[in-house]
Design a protein around this ligand. Structure first.
Ligand code: ZN
Length: 77
């Protein structure tokens, strides 16, 4: 039976191996999943490059029923 330790992030009692090491401090207080979540939250999303095909598809979708009209759609039926 290995030693268990409660994660400070998700409060689950986990084996010591589930905690990533933090150099001289020994082990991180949060488990690997919580540490990864925190890292992902800190990392900003990269800017999206405009893709001509996606722009074309978006325009096709938005104009599928013709240009936007002032009167509601039911007037077409
Ligand atoms: Zn955790």
């Amino acid at each position: 039976m290995s030693a268990r330790k409660a994660c400070t992030g998700c409060h689950r009692p986990l084996p010591i191996e589930a905690f990533p090491s933090a150099g001289r401090r020994g082990k991180e207080p949060t488990c690997a999943m919580c540490t990864n979540d925190a890292r992902r939250l800190r990392t900003p999303l990269p800017a999206l490059k405009p893709d001509p095909e996606l722009i074309r598809l978006s325009n096709v979708t938005n104009l599928w029923f013709g240009p936007v009209r002032r009167e509601p759609m039911r007037s077409i039926a």
